[in-house]
Design a protein around this ligand. Structure first.
Ligand SMILES: N[C@@H](CCC(=O)N[C@@H](CS)C(=O)NCC(=O)O)C(=O)O
Length: 209
């Protein structure tokens, strides 16, 4: 299996961490987003939506979308159960994971892509070009501040985001928070539960995958 990857990007990192937690080794193929390699014909033939990650199976099947790739990896290697267990447990992980995507990854991406010069004319990943909208960046930063506060409150009552166990919700949140460094956003000194959680999940070997 080949993972089309870019080390500094948050979405491929979600897959790398997930695979590492499962003990699955993936052959990594670097697609250099810094030189816009994703827009070249070679990569377009693999993923016409010109984004990473993409997972190519040995039979040539290509799976795009980081969560779809994680779902596939979870099917071939169910342990540890990073999507939760049982009807309520799975729904709970899904709920927290969606929140981490919508309330964390999305506003960080809005802020980064609507401010950083590199993304001028490319405010959204994908095959269509969009100009930056500064108001979206401003709203994104407010939402990022709220995200950190909400997460800190949650982690005051729970060791991990979805409860007692490390799950895909922790992976999404870690990738959002580490990507927010681009915005010079840091965990506040008073956000001690969030800092404790960040230290814990960052110390797992998978965080370096
Ligand atoms: N929903 C997609 C998002 C993928 C995505 O946005 N990938 C970014 C890197 S984190 C990308 O490929 N960007 C290429 C570009 O900006 O042209 C997923 O979860 O895989």
């Amino acid at each position: 299996m080949k993972l089309y990857d870019y080390e500094r990007a948050p979405n491929p990192r979600r897959v790398r961490i997930f695979a590492a937690e499962k003990g699955i080794e993936l052959e990594k193929v670097n697609i250099d987003l810094g030189t816009k390699q994703q827009m070249g014909d070679d990569y377009k033939a693999i993923n016409s939506r010109i984004s990473v990650p993409a997972l190519e199976l040995d039979d040539g099947t290509v799976i795009c979308e980081s969560v779809a790739i994680c779902r596939y990896l979870d099917e071939i290697q169910p342990e540890p159960a990073l999507f939760g267990t049982g009807a309520v447990g799975k729904a709970n992980v899904e709920m927290w994971h969606r929140r981490m995507e919508i309330e964390g990854l999305q506003p960080v991406a809005d802020s980064v892509r609507n401010t950083v010069e590199f993304f001028a004319g490319r405010a959204l990943a994908g095959p269509h070009d969009f100009e930056q909208i500064p108001a979206l960046a401003e709203r994104g930063m407010k939402r990022v501040d709220i995200f950190y506060d909400t997460l800190n409150e949650r982690l005051n009552e729970s060791p991990f985001i979805a409860g007692d166990d490390y799950t895909i919700a922790d992976i999404a949140a870690l990738c959002a928070i580490d990507f927010a460094r681009v915005l010079k956003k840091r965990i506040g000194e008073d956000q001690t539960a969030l800092q404790r959680w960040h230290d814990t999940v960052s110390a797992r070997p998978s965080a370096k995958a």
